[in-house]
Design a protein around this ligand. Structure first.
Ligand SMILES: [Zn+2]
Length: 369
């Protein structure tokens, strides 16, 4: 049984961008509560650890000092800062009081996981609050203020470790790709709904890295209506052979579950069965695994999918019927989906053909054929 750390603080649940913003603290609260109701934190190989904030120097592993100072000032309510210059504003990234501390703690959480893994104190660390993969060195973007993945990976490569980063969020992992675009020490792979039809508009197959990093950025952009079967085929054709060839010391993953067909912000068509199969694949690929959370905006899906993820990480299988108290509080009956999306056969055929072309192109570019 692998030793698994779950990185948790109730501070992750606090309302952040505001009550009408899709990134609600309740997503994480329900995930924790569902795991707790299933007694998922009780086995001997599982430990819950509360993270601490990162130091300024740690934030500066990826972010500029100017940006760190600006976020701190804006977070205190100071109004003289030109917030729009740093990506803040109404819509995706509104300024809110305490945002320095709350987004900082997510970075501290990923870093704690990275350190435990580097010191061989656990085999898997799940920082479920994280996966803020869009933030740039001096830019808030796509609900992300600090980039926990980029900071943690910078810390890990500074220890001399080789890192493979696999991002299964429905949105392209642009911030992490850009952070390591010119280095061969980090392999980044992102599968996502194509930038033609979804934010952030990047992540095309021909984005393969530059200079020493050429060949170390991999993108699999998928058309709307890609379902479990087609997604898993695309994943199998690319991720295992690339990760196995790269031989990372630590696998870092962004486990966004906004690929689900219920998700209100995107148009892929996965179910929890597809999510579970992906988590199993990632688990098989990793000897040491830093798992970060990510997107997912259907409040009934996120807790169930990440509970399935944690079950795979920690070697537990949970009863198929949701715990009675959880059902009473939030509704729903089953841990896994009992329905699947209805996709027209013609659409499915066209989707499959398009994904085959994309995957074959990516395999050629990355020397897999
Ligand atoms: Zn996302």
């Amino acid at each position: 049984m692998r030793k698994v750390i779950f990185l948790h603080s109730p501070r992750f649940w606090q309302q952040s961008f505001g009550p009408n913003h899709p990134l609600r603290g309740e997503r994480l609260q329900r995930t924790y509560e569902l795991l707790d109701e299933y007694r998922a934190f009780e086995p001997e190989n599982v430990q819950v650890i509360t993270p601490t904030p990162p130091s300024e120097g740690e934030l500066a592993l990826f972010h500029t000092q100017e940006y760190i100072d600006a976020v701190r000032s804006l977070s205190k309510g100071e109004t003289h800062i030109p917030s729009a210059r740093y990506g803040f504003g109404p819509g995706d990234n509104p300024v809110f009081t305490g945002m320095f501390e709350s987004s900082g703690l997510k970075v501290g959480s990923a870093l704690r996981g990275a350190k435990l893994l580097a010191n061989l104190e656990c085999e898997i660390a799940f920082s479920y609050s994280g996966g803020t993969h869009h933030a740039g060195p001096a830019l808030a973007s796509g609900f992300c203020i600090f980039n926990d993945a980029a900071v943690a990976i910078h810390w890990l490569i500074d220890q001399g470790l080789r890192i493979a980063y696999v991002d299964i969020d429905v949105h392209h992992g642009d911030g992490v790709q850009d952070a390591f675009y010119a280095t061969d020490k980090v392999l980044t792979i992102s599968l996502h709904q194509s930038g033609r039809t979804l934010f952030p508009g990047t992540g095309f197959v021909d984005e393969i890295g530059v200079d020493e990093g050429e060949g170390y950025s991999v993108n699999i952009p998928l058309p709307p209506y890609t379902d479990d079967e087609i997604y898993l085929w695309a994943f199998q054709q690319t991720v295992p052979p690339l990760v196995e060839r790269f031989k990372p010391d630590i696998l870092v993953t962004q486990l966004g579950v906004d690929t689900h067909y219920f998700d209100p912000l995107a148009r892929l068509a996965l179910t929890t069965h597809g999510h579970k199969a992906l988590f199993e694949e990632l688990s098989r690929l990793s000897s040491r695994w830093l798992a970060l959370g990510g997107g997912g905006y259907d409040i009934d899906v996120v807790p169930r999918s990440w509970t399935l993820a944690f079950g795979i990480m920690s070697g537990q299988s949970f009863p198929e019927e949701l715990p009675p108290d959880y059902q009473a509080k939030y509704g729903g009956k089953w841990l896994e989906d009992h329905q699947s999306p209805r996709i027209d056969e013609n659409v499915k055929r066209l989707t499959r053909r398009s994904v085959e072309e994309i995957v074959n192109h990516a395999r050629e570019l990355h020397g897999l054929v």
